[in-house]
Ligand binder design. Structure first.
Ligand SMILES: C[S@@+](CC[C@H](N)C(=O)[O-])C[C@H]1O[C@@H](n2cnc3c(N)ncnc32)[C@H](O)[C@@H]1O
Length: 417
């Protein structure tokens, strides 16, 4: 029952899996529901295609389709799931859904799995596969799709160098039976096994923070700033980039802006040990409502995005996102850059990043933005070190980063004397 309701919430309300699970009663079942629903959604296209071919349920009976998808996933993909009990439980659940009449259909469909496995399909919606194919070579698309298909086996940690060193943190974690490896991308990063997540959380070790390496690495791209330089983190919650930047450059003053009040509360908690960071609840697009008029030395725009770089960890993103939403996100990302550019000092840097592997939210935002800035002649924008899409199979999560420099144009220099 809980699995069906959670899958319905993801499909119809675009809830994230964690939100859908929280709404289910019987908290002792939440971890099982999470494992089943995450697996069903990871294999969504394969399961849905197979079930729809076997049955034709009316729109009001879509929970039966969901129930058979769940039973089929448990039977074919879960350890110890291949049993008569799995099929029996699925059929019994039909009664709890007030669809007792469908029991024999469920038996008939799931019993087919005793002799034949479900043929695998590409487990991503066709619009998303097409976008990947437009943006990346075939070999890269295949790698991304394979990665999404595989449950994560490791997670990334960031150490706080003010409190510990990587070696000390590794030794201390090892004392608790947690083996880690150093990250090659981030100098303050470690990789641990995914199965140790609960254990790490229970340690409540504030010198170690769970954060993907690409996200801990990107603030380190900001050139060394002078003491007390002012930085705006424009889309800041829950504070991963703000705290990563403060790890690298502790003497900065940071305005951490966040539009969503409940996310701002979490941001405030995460920044509670950092007096030099100020949380502002506000909209990056409405700068007059919160900006004090003093230009920033650096700005971070970790833009709201499709999060397609996170699909391995959160497979529901492929169901929640849509081509229409990508268009809306692209327009918002561009508007945020346009709104914040005037707040950056000359010779300042703007770090633009996303957790998306789609060029629509990355190059197709940044490059036209630079062209339009340069066309105005007021200031010049350039990306001296180029931009980079990090692929999810290399760094656990995928994403994009571009460091944009602001320079006075000759005409501005002349006119300002
Ligand atoms: C990708 S998340 C940021 C993650 C964060 N930088 C970190 O590293 O932990 C994007 C954030 O931007 C916020 N946001 C979206 N639109 C915004 C806007 N117009 N102004 C300010 N914040 C915004 C979202 O609520 C969300 O918390």
């Amino acid at each position: 029952m809980g699995c069906v309701a959670a899958l319905e919430a993801v499909e119809t309300r675009q809830d994230h899996i964690s939100t859908a699970i929280k709404q289910q009663p019987f908290s002792q079942q939440h971890e099982l529901i999470r494992a089943v629903i995450t697996g069903v959604i990871r294999h969504y296209e394969t399961l849905q295609h197979w079930v729809v071919r076997q049955t034709k349920f009316k729109p009001k009976d879509q929970n039966l389709r969901r129930l058979i998808m769940i039973g089929a996933f448990q039977y074919q993909f879960m350890q110890n799931g291949r049993s008569r009990e799995t099929i029996f439980q699925a059929a019994e659940t039909a009664s709890h859904l007030n669809r007792g009449w469908a029991k024999h259909i469920i038996y008939a469909v799931l019993n087919k799995l005793r002799n034949h496995d479900i043929p695998m399909k590409v487990n991503a919606p066709s619009w998303l596969v097409e976008k990947l194919q437009q943006d990346h070579p075939k070999e890269v698309v295949d790698r991304i799709l394979t990665h999404w298909q595989t449950p994560p086996s490791s997670l990334c940690l960031r150490i706080d160098p003010a409190q510990t060193s990587r070696t000390k943190a590794q030794n201390s974690l090892q004392e608790h039976g947690i083996t880690t490896h150093t990250c090659t991308l981030s100098t303050i990063g470690l990789h641990a096994k995914q199965q140790d997540l609960d254990h790490i959380l229970k340690l409540q070790d504030h010198s170690v923070y769970i954060q993907d390496c690409i996200h801990q690495h990107s603030p380190s791209l900001i050139p060394k700033l002078t003491e007390n330089a002012r930085v705006l983190d424009a889309c800041a919650a829950p504070g991963g980039k703000t705290t990563a930047l403060l790890c690298a450059q502790p003497k900065l003053r940071i305005d951490a802006l966040e539009i969503n009040p409940s996310r701002a509360k979490r941001l405030q908690e995460n920044l509670s040990h950092h007096d030099q960071a100020k949380v502002i609840i506000g909209d990056a697009l409405a700068t007059t409502q919160w900006w004090d008029g003093q230009a920033y030395d650096a700005i971070i725009v970790d833009a709201p995005c499709s999060a397609t770089g996170l699909i391995q960890k959160k497979p529901e993103i492929k169901l929640i996102q849509s081509p229409e939403n990508i268009v809306k996100l692209q327009s918002k990302q561009r508007s945020i850059l346009d709104a914040l550019w005037p707040l950056l000092k000359n010779e300042g840097t703007l770090l633009y990043s996303t957790c998306s592997v789609l060029s629509a939210e990355n190059e197709q935002v940044v490059l036209p933005f630079i062209e339009s800035v340069n066309a105005t002649g007021k200031s010049a924008a350039m990306i001296p070190q180029g931009y980079k899409t990090r692929l999810p199979d290399q760094y656990h999560t995928g994403g994009f980063v571009a460091l944009i420099e602001k320079q006075k144009t000759k005409s501005t220099e002349l006119s300002t004397g």
